[in-house]
Design a protein around this ligand. Structure first.
Ligand code: ZN
Length: 298
């Protein structure tokens, strides 16, 4: 099964196109994309037997973030041996964990503004948690994953490296720095979810190419290690690290510039396409009304 969002409404793919889950289920599941993960077993049972009602064509430009409001976002640094090397670090013996803030999320296609600094690419496999779990064993870990999607862990290296210790979370959370999609693909659709080709290209030139089987800590081990500390919840996201070939590791170094088109692709999951554009010379502050103030319609 493939789960999408269009205009923040949950859709599943059928042979004929996209099916709006709230309409097709007569309200049993809401349009909120997270309604599927909160009741994952029930949702899967319903989806496998649902009657195909009206369908819509898949228009990539209308697809949104497939999992827009997770309670927790985990991201793993240096999780491919040769990426640790190109970054100047030893291969980790414990996962390096940080987060990406939700305001950086964006969908699988569109334009992303380049902030000042050195913006780098990191294609990553993203796991979506489908079941509450604490102290999950490795052999049970895949049963806690609802599906997988393609992500980018875009990173501004100057702010990442400023200060006495790396600022992973903030430097990787500028607006648009966490693209995801196009769909969440359930694990049963993949012949071997531990071994998928993963690739990133810039303007058609392949800059990263690897296999997810090259992870230092594979997804089951990450879930086991994380859940020794935290309780994983349905809809949580796990960014699993990037293969070698990022711009920071090149000699000379290379970073994204206005006009560059980055495509991110993982076998069996689809691909994303983003164009990078220059920031306005004098960006305006963005403010919203304080909570509780504004239109009476709320
Ligand atoms: Zn990363």
């Amino acid at each position: 099964m493939r789960l999408f969002t269009v205009a923040d409404r949950l859709m599943i793919a059928s042979s004929a196109g996209l099916v709006d889950v709230e309409i097709a289920s007569a309200g049993r599941f809401t349009a909120d994309p997270h309604s599927a993960y909160e009741r994952w077993d029930e949702f899967r049972t319903w989806a496998s037997g649902h009657v195909e009602t009206e369908t819509q064509a898949v228009d990539p430009s209308r697809l949104g973030v497939p999992v827009p409001r997770p309670r927790q976002v985990f991201a793993i640094g240096l999780n491919y041996i040769d990426h640790a090397g190109e970054s100047g670090f030893a291969v980790p013996t414990e996962p390096v964990v940080f987060t990406k803030f939700l305001s950086s999320f964006t969908g699988p296609a569109g334009k992303i503004v380049l902030p000042p600094g050195n913006v780098d690419w990191e294609v990553e496999l993203v796991a979506v948690i489908g079941r509450t779990g604490k102290n999950v064993s490795e052999d049970r870990a895949w049963s806690h994953v609802a599906g997988l999607t393609v992500g980018q862990d875009l990173s501004e290296r100057a702010s990442q490296m400023s200060g006495p210790a790396p600022q992973f979370s903030l430097a990787k959370s500028f607006p648009g720095f966490t693209p995801m999609g196009p769909a969440v693909v359930t694990v049963d659709e993949l012949a071997d979810p531990d071994d998928l080709a993963i690739e990133c290209s810039i303007n058609g030139e392949i800059v990263q190419s690897g296999r997810t089987s090259q992870m230092v800590f594979p997804i089951p081990e990450l879930i086991a290690r994380l859940s020794r500390v935290v309780t994983l919840r349905p809809g949580d996201l796990l960014f699993t690290g990037t293969p070698p070939g990022v711009g920071m590791g090149r000699r000379p170094q290379r970073f994204l510039k206005a006009g560059d088109v980055v495509e991110s692709r993982i076998e069996g999951l689809g691909h994303m396409r983003h164009e990078f554009i220059a920031a306005a010379a004098d960006p305006a502050p963005v403010e919203g009304a304080p909570v509780g103030v504004g239109s009476s319609s709320g």
